[in-house]
Design a binder for this molecule. Structure first.
Ligand code: NAD
Length: 329
């Protein structure tokens, strides 16, 4: 089947080509993101393969349908960028990669915690300049700290497993509780209790209308003063402008984010020679207790291999009219 892959990165071209065994599918890689404006590029394709930065809104989907596209395959787990209702109305199937490596994301959340806490990024730079002072490098023990996990799905559970190893007390909030985690000592709380009791809060729920700006001024007002917040889920779960205010009044003590609500125009490209126009993002960068990574939590060899393999299997399942086990309904 002829598939148009949008917003592709160098590593995706390599991995998709490698796992497209016997050139079963004709893969055409585009640098452009897919949205209503670039939708004309899908002419002649039955299937498109997209990522979180592609904007699959009603207008884009209607245009795809007119051009004969029948499949939208997401090479991601999250699907908040696709108007599912429009896809359904236009008879376009939507498939995804529901899980590729929850550990990749969970381990990155821990990397953010460890870096913010033990300041290894600062020590690295200072030692290179022969500055061996310990000033400003003090951290805290993770052992016995209370860690609040928002969303205990696949990634949240992998994250709990690691933090239990640090001998942290784990509390959680989810719309449905996981019995296995409870057996391991994780205690479910209300969202408000989680906010007020946690030393570290890690976000692992999807972006939905209910979780959009779940972390806002009101929520920041309820956290322990100086708590650490980690977001490897979706940027829109945090109200960035209100987080900046909470950083200024030191209510948030540390912020580690791999995602940002307006990341679409910034991330996944080298902007080192560009004048960044996003003042909110630039203000975030100015805090010495904020650590931002460019949506790389998923980016391990294992995860990228799984994404390529499962996406190609999705193309085959669709083309051969097999059961679509990764369909989003
Ligand atoms: P999952 O579906 O396995 O788990 C999500 C959990 O969140 C579920 O237990 C669900 O019940 C819970 N949830 C849903 N609505 C909630 C709400 N209103 N309040 C509290 N909990 C709620 O998903 P997952 O595989 O663990 O992934 C979680 C998220 O991580 C994805 O939605 C995606 O946005 C993000 N993600 C980020 C990266 C990255 O590279 N940064 C990579 C993969 C996934």
């Amino acid at each position: 089947m002829k598939v148009a892959l949008f917003g592709t990165q160098f590593y995706e071209r390599e991995y998709f080509t490698k796992f497209n065994v016997d050139n079963k599918h004709e893969l055409v890689f585009f640098n452009e993101s897919l949205n209503a404006t670039t939708s004309h590029l899908t002419k002649g394709f039955r299937a498109v393969c997209v990522f979180g930065t592609d904007k699959m809104d009603k207008s884009c989907i209607q245009k795809l349908a007119k051009l004969g596209v029948q499949l939208i395959d997401l090479r991601s787990a999250g699907y908040d960028n696709v108007d599912l209702k429009s896809a359904n109305t236009n008879n376009i199937k939507v498939l995804r990669v529901p899980a590729y490596s929850p550990q990749a994301v969970a381990e990155h959340a821990v990397a953010l915690i460890m870096t913010l806490n033990r300041k290894t990024h600062k020590a690295y730079n200072q030692v290179r300049e022969n500055n061996f002072s310990l000033e400003h490098l003090m951290g805290f023990n993770l052992c016995n700290k209370t860690v609040g996990v928002v969303g205990t799905g696949k990634i949240g559970r992998a994250f709990c497993a690691i933090m239990l190893g640090f001998e942290c007390k784990i509390i959680a909030f989810d719309v449905k509780e996981n019995e296995d985690l409870k057996q391991k000592g994780v205690q479910y709380k209300t969202f408000t209790d989680l906010l007020s009791q946690s030393d570290i809060i890690s976000i692992h729920c999807p972006l939905t209308p209910k979780t959009t700006h779940l972390f806002d001024k009101k929520a920041f007002g309820k956290i322990k003063k100086g708590a650490m917040i980690i977001n490897t889920s979706r940027g829109g779960i945090i109200n960035t402008k209100e987080a900046i205010e909470a950083l200024k009044n030191q209510q948030i003590g540390y912020l580690g984010i791999d995602v940002y609500e307006n990341e679409g125009s910034l991330f996944f490209k080298d902007q080192s020679q560009t004048v960044i126009q996003d003042d909110v993002f630039e203000r975030l960068l100015s805090f010495n207790n904020v650590l931002i990574t460019p949506h790389q939590a998923f980016y391990t060899q294992e995860a990228v291999t799984e994404i390529a393999k499962i996406s190609i299997q999705n193309f085959t399942d669709f083309e051969e009219n097999r059961e679509l086990k990764n369909e989003i309904k």
